[in-house]
Design a protein around this ligand. Structure first.
Ligand SMILES: Cc1cc2nc3c(=O)[nH]c(=O)nc-3n(C[C@H](O)[C@H](O)[C@H](O)COP(=O)(O)OP(=O)(O)OC[C@H]3O[C@@H](n4cnc5c(N)ncnc54)[C@H](O)[C@@H]3O)c2cc1C
Length: 417
């Protein structure tokens, strides 16, 4: 006899869980509160959907700052290569780009969603759109189904929570799964934003729109100057502070407590040149063109929108010439080039965060099945779990792998009852 498995949430994890449950012989029903499946998937990878990463397992683990070991069994059950094959088998060709990032060949996230929809249809999964789950239905430590609006109860032999986190709430991720699981007896670790830009002091706003490539960003605690992050790459200035790949990585790797205390940032704008190299260059320029303006030298050394900021910080009038540059001013200029300072006031909010940090405690979930250790017949998948990764396709792979394992385990659980 077929047993019903309800999947709450039709995002990346929920769709994969439904497919996997049906593949393993279960009758899967997805409840999705939006008008369509995979609303967030549409906007992933700037509309291109960086759906996984072709890195090996060790590299995968290095890109998951929180609870990577919990995911071993899920990755073994459904790996990055399995996801690539899944898409290809369901009509979506794929490609690997720089940094081993995998995308659909068409560069259209909608093609990933189409492949998932095809797979669900092929496996006879029922999809109930515009249907919001309000609570779990639990009796004597076992899940009996879900509760919908107007207290309508829908029975099931197993339930998978795949409701996502709190980021980009307009896509439907409003944290319902945390509420359901807390009520069911699970613990949820403190939640905050990750892969998110920073609010900074006014100096950053003066350069909004500017992107820097190949710079070193260093961040330390404002309280005790402890170094917290250092990386080379790209970053940009915005109307509120800083953003870009380096900043997103830093937001994921720095502990929340440090953001509460405040951070101090430094940008090395000339990573290929030492302070000594820069000093020699300025002395050489001064000797060969003493009448040249300091502003013209800065225009050679810096992006245009930083020149006036530098002149202001150095209190040097625009018309001053190189021969009038004092030793102190030269040293200060070199210091700014090697360690341009700014203050970080905090991380931006959930409307701008790629992912939620924190979630349902992993030690309350069986890593081999994604089954709850607290409620029988309850399974968990995706961002709702306390696991999150850096950018590069790792977060979606967490959703596919935990979704697949939860779906399969729920079907096996149903066979045994
Ligand atoms: C702008 C942006 C870009 C991103 N780009 C990438 C990328 O390129 N690569 C990558 O790896 N990751 C990316 N991510 C992260 C990735 O989208 C998430 O890791 C992934 O979507 C998590 O999948 P999920 O299924 O757990 O949650 P979600 O995708 O959020 O799905 C949860 C679903 O549950 C539904 N739901 C919630 N509550 C209920 C309820 N009570 N009843 C019924 N339905 C409910 C929601 O409507 C939603 O459809 C990006 C995220 C954002 C915001």
């Amino acid at each position: 006899m077929k047993k019903d498995i309800i999947i709450i949430g039709g995002g990346a994890a929920g769709m994969m869980a439904a497919y996997s449950a049906a593949l393993a012989g279960g009758t899967a029903v997805v409840f999705e509160k939006n008008e369509k499946l995979g609303k967030k998937l549409y906007i992933t990878g700037k509309g291109r959907c960086n759906f996984t990463n072709a890195a090996d397992m060790q590299e995968f683990m290095e890109n998951i700052p929180r609870n990577p070991r919990f995911l071993y069994s899920a990755f073994a059950a459904f790996s990055n290569n399995d996801m690539i094959s899944f898409l290809e088998e369901n009509g979506t060709k794929t490609k690997i780009e720089r940094g081993k990032r995998a995308f659909p060949l068409s560069d259209k996230s909608s093609d990933v969603i189409k492949a998932l929809n095809r797979a669900l249809q092929k496996r006879g999964v029922s999809v109930r759109l515009n249907e919001e789950v309000k609570d779990l239905w639990i009796e004597e430590g076992a899940v009996k189904g879900v509760v919908k609006e107007n207290n309508e109860k829908v029975s099931a032999d197993a339930v998978i929570i795949a409701t996502g986190g709190l980021s980009y709430p307009l896509t439907g991720s409003t944290g319902d799964g945390y509420t359901f699981s807390k009520k069911a007896g699970h613990s949820v670790t403190p939640l905050s934003t990750s892969l998110v830009p920073f609010d900074c002091d006014g100096i950053c706003k003066e350069m909004q729109g500017l992107s820097l490539k190949n710079v070193r960003l260093s961040l330390c605690s404002s309280v005790n100057k402890k170094p917290l992050f250092s990386g080379v790459g790209e970053m940009s200035f915005t109307h509120f502070g800083v953003s870009g790949p380096l900043v997103l990585s830093a937001s994921s790797l720095i502990k929340d407590d440090f953001f509460k205390e405040g951070l101090f940032g430094k940008i090395d704008l000339k990573i290929a040149l030492s302070e000594e190299d820069l000093k020699e260059r300025i002395i050489r320029e001064t000797k060969s063109s003493p009448k040249r303006s300091i502003k013209a030298l800065l225009e050679d050394l810096l992006p245009r929108s930083m020149v006036l900021v530098f002149l202001n910080l150095l209190s040097i009038p625009k018309e001053r010439i190189l021969s009038e540059l004092t030793k102190e001013e030269r040293d200060e200029l070199i210091r700014l080039l090697k360690a341009f300072p700014f203050k970080v006031y905090g991380k931006r909010g959930y409307n701008e965060a790629v992912i939620t940090r924190g979630g349902i405690k992993v030690n309350e979930i069986d890593p081999k099945t994604m089954g709850s250790k607290i409620v029988r017949g309850l399974f968990l998948a995706g961002e709702v779990i306390d696991c999150d990764a850096l950018t590069g396709g790792f977060n979606l792979q967490i959703a596919w792998s935990t979704g697949f394992l939860a779906g399969k385990s729920a079907a096996l659980f149903c066979n045994d009852i």
